[in-house]
Design a protein around this ligand. Structure first.
Ligand code: FA5
Length: 348
């Protein structure tokens, strides 16, 4: 009888089967338990003998179950280890390379074009003082651009830049002109890339946040011809040696004369050409030089800009990228959709 029971335990091929055998033999209604319960029905002599036998059998079974359980656990662990073994010769998981944002690529290309012409790249703050963004650029107090509807103000006292420290998110990169001139001596050539912010409704060609590249050249006898030469060189670098530039009279308070400049762009798909407006430009307004000298005086620096000449330009970077690829909707730049972003892997 015991032999048979021990065999059942030996033959249990899994932890579940072993548990089933334990219940079958030692559980509440198990075979051995039943026999123990029936001891009372035996005559006293036989009861003692049978009781001893059954208790020994019980201990033997319990020991056998414990041993078998350990063996089964070891087996299970061995099987799992074998299954999970690390094959170091398997090929690794593909890790797709990242890439810089298409606008970062275009900005780097633009800055590179001007650096090769001897320009230095500089940066200015995105949270700007109203004085630099407007007043020093000859944009007067009542100008509509200063309205709450057009500008993200960071202080509760908009428009009145007389109030010390009135701040806003810069609406263009032009304040860098004033910041740079107030600390540096001409002649110099600089470009300044960066984000700008306008409180306006967005559509396929307008965003509330976009990028500009500002340019400023100041020296003796700088003329409109120098401005035109610089922008033509940029257009050729961007669109090839056949590129053409056009200047249309326009108005910006901080330049005189002021222009909007366009490049002749041939759509690679249709082969058709059109004039495309890229940005504003012009000769630095004498009022800007005057404001800079006033600022320099206040800082204890020599007022050296009166009588200088210079040109400035500011162009929209999204516009250039949209034409290049082409990208039909400006909002695609900032939606962070992976399929859009990874199209520009070829770049820097
Ligand atoms: C300016 O911001 C002047 N500071 C440019 C300038 C600099 C003129 C130096 C003279 C001298 P404007 O507001 O036109 O100008 O903007 C310049 C370019 O930014 C536009 O030609 C356009 O390409 C781009 N731009 C303007 N508004 C948006 C917008 N909401 N979304 C995307 N691009 C815009």
């Amino acid at each position: 009888m015991l032999e048979d029971w021990l065999q059942q335990i030996e033959e249990a091929s899994s932890l579940e089967a072993l548990e089933a055998a334990r219940v079958r033999l030692l559980g509440k209604k198990g075979e051995l338990t039943q026999k123990l319960k029936q001891l009372g029905k035996l005559p006293p002599e036989a009861r003692r003998e049978e009781g001893r036998r059954l208790n020994e059998a019980k201990r033997a079974l319990e020991a056998a179950i414990l041993t078998r359980r350990e063996a089964l656990k070891r087996e299970a662990l061995g099987a799992r280890l074998a299954q999970e073994a690390l094959d170091v010769t398997l090929p690794g998981l593909a890790f797709p390379p990242g890439n810089t944002h298409v606008l970062t690529q275009v900005l780097a290309e633009l800055v590179g074009i001007f650096q090769r012409m001897g320009y230095q790249a500089v940066l200015g703050p995105e949270a700007e003082e109203a004085f630099y963004n407007f007043d020093a650029l000859n944009i007067p107090e009542h100008h509509p651009a200063r309205d709450m509807h057009d500008t993200f103000w960071l202080t509760t006292t908009p428009k009145t830049s007389q109030i010390e420290g009135a701040k806003l998110l810069r609406t263009h990169t032009s304040p860098i002109q004033v910041r740079y001139m107030s600390q540096h001596t001409p002649p110099f050539k600089i470009v300044a890339p960066g984000k700008v912010f306008r409180h306006e409704a967005t559509d396929a060609t307008h965003e509330a946040m976009f990028h500009q590249l500002e340019g400023l050249v100041v020296g003796d006898n700088i003329t409109m011809a120098d401005l035109k030469g610089a922008l033509l060189a940029m257009a050729r670098a961007l669109y090839g040696p056949e590129a053409k530039v056009n200047f249309r009279p326009s108005y910006f308070p901080f330049v005189e004369p002021g222009v909007e400049f366009e490049v002749w762009w041939t759509n690679p798909k249709t082969g058709k050409g059109t004039w495309l407006e890229l940005g504003g430009a012009g000769m630095v307004h004498p009022e800007v030089f005057r404001a800079v000298d006033e600022l320099r005086r206040a800082k204890g620096l020599a007022p050296i800009y009166t009588g200088k000449t210079g040109f400035a330009f500011g162009l929209g970077v999204e516009r250039i990228a949209m034409l290049r690829y082409p990208i039909p909707d400006i909002r695609a730049f900032f939606q962070n959709r992976i399929p859009f972003l990874t199209q520009f892997r070829g770049g820097a």
